[in-house]
Design a protein around this ligand. Structure first.
Ligand SMILES: Cc1cc2nc3c(=O)[nH]c(=O)nc-3n(C[C@H](O)[C@H](O)[C@H](O)COP(=O)(O)O)c2cc1C
Length: 383
């Protein structure tokens, strides 16, 4: 009797020990799962939230970035369309507007050699539109509107030492990249394939942005120009997370708390959100672009190269439909934009977005006319 009681007691104590041990292991796993990504996004971005407001050239300046930073996420300043003087002014206003970390973003394409014949053919193709809108074809400027990261730009950025510097279309030269690394910014860049992610990691980025096919704006693709084989955000994210050691940021089609939660559950260290901020009062999105984003037409987007010469996702409009989404006639990036700009100006004056690039991701459901702080808080509810 005594011995059976003793053996029951031993069994109960054994079970209790086992239970305590299991609880301990579960708690440890929980802690590891929760704190490992948290510490890595804080180390990487320095922000309270693992959310990045995607840099969006042409639709924002420092105002949106400041609002997002103050809401606890990482605001971004896109520099691709800014002259050095404008960039310096924007950096001054950004650093005066917030003491929190921010990101400054650059394109790093190799400027193409102008091709006179291609340019002539392009202008010939656009001639009927010039006539229709009563625009002088000679009024079109021919210089590239988008300049890549350079020594001159690095001189301007260096005194500000942004927490993060992000690149699109690969990376600048190793000398330039070395400068950014030396002044202490975290370096991140977009990858649209596993190969691009591996290449970026091998070239020393601190994190890779997995840019899925859903993403609005230019595809960051730089090792391939095959649009047909580009991969959706979550499929790409999983593959890149498995392939690289560095943190991975998910972007493309993430527009609400559930999207952020899903991205984090799939291994993202942070989520980068663009389209959902386009209707914020702090954005500089044009009237025609805002009207399109607020209507059902925003449901139909496509990848096109007609506006700049590089594939980018935008709301389908007349120019895309009539010239074809992807055309060999468009001059190389960014030269295609010059001949289009007077058409765009004239059409927009008449309230039409027929000739405007209205960049937008495949998921515009998060686009609402709400302050950026509110959008940021809503996204953060998914964490
Ligand atoms: C209007 C617009 C402009 C963009 N401009 C840039 C840019 O200047 N630099 C950049 O790295 N990415 C740019 N992107 C791409 C974003 O960084 C990001 O990949 C994209 O917004 C994510 O998809 P989502 O729009 O569905 O959130 C732009 C996107 C949009 C919508």
């Amino acid at each position: 009797m005594v011995s059976s009681q003793a053996s029951r007691f031993r069994m109960t104590r054994g079970r209790e020990r086992w239970r305590t041990l299991s609880l301990l292991v579960a708690r440890l796993r929980e802690l590891l799962l929760v704190t490992a990504p948290a510490s890595s996004w804080r180390e990487l971005l320095g922000s309270d939230l693992p959310i990045i407001q995607a840099p969006m050239a042409g639709v924002q300046d420092h105002v949106l970035a400041v609002a997002v930073c103050e809401a606890g996420a990482l605001g971004s300043l896109p520099a691709a369309l800014m002259s050095p003087v404008v960039l310096e002014g924007a950096l001054r206003k950004l650093s005066a507007g917030t003491s929190r970390p921010y990101n400054v973003n650059f394109f790093c394409h190799v400027p193409p050699r102008p091709d006179a014949e291609r340019e002539r053919n392009w202008r010939r193709l656009l001639l009927p539109y010039y006539k229709e809108l009563g625009v002088d074809p000679e009024a079109a400027s021919s210089g590239p509107a988008r300049t890549p990261f350079s020594e001159e730009i690095a001189d301007i950025v260096e005194p500000f030492r942004p927490r993060v510097v992000s690149f699109h279309f690969g990376l600048p030269s190793s000398e330039l990249l070395g400068r950014v690394r030396k002044w202490g910014s975290m370096i991140i860049s977009s990858a649209t394939t596993v190969d691009e992610a591996l290449w970026l990691e091998a070239h020393g980025v601190h994190a890779v942005i997995a840019q899925g096919f859903e993403a609005g704006g230019h595809r960051g693709m730089f090792l391939t120009n095959d649009v047909a084989t580009q991969v959706g955000t979550f499929a790409l994210l999983r593959q890149i997370v498995r392939a690289v050691e560095c943190p991975v940021i998910a972007t493309g089609g993430i527009a609400d708390a559930e999207g952020v939660r899903a991205a984090m559950a799939l291994g993202a260290t942070a989520a980068q959100v663009g389209t959902a901020y386009l209707l914020c009062p702090e954005s500089t999105t044009s009237t025609v672009h805002r009207a399109a984003l607020s209507s059902e037409v925003a449901r139909t987007t496509a990848i096109t190269n007609v506006f700049s010469g590089r594939p980018a996702r935008g709301i389908v409009n007349r120019l895309m439909r009539e010239l074809g989404y992807l055309t060999d006639s468009a001059p190389s990036f960014p030269l295609a934009a010059s001949a289009l700009s007077p058409l765009r100006v004239a059409a927009e004056k008449a309230g039409s977005g027929d000739f405007s690039p209205m960049w937008c991701g495949q998921n515009a459901t998060g686009c609402r006319e709400l302050p950026a702080a509110v959008i940021t808080r809503e996204l953060a509810a998914g964490l």
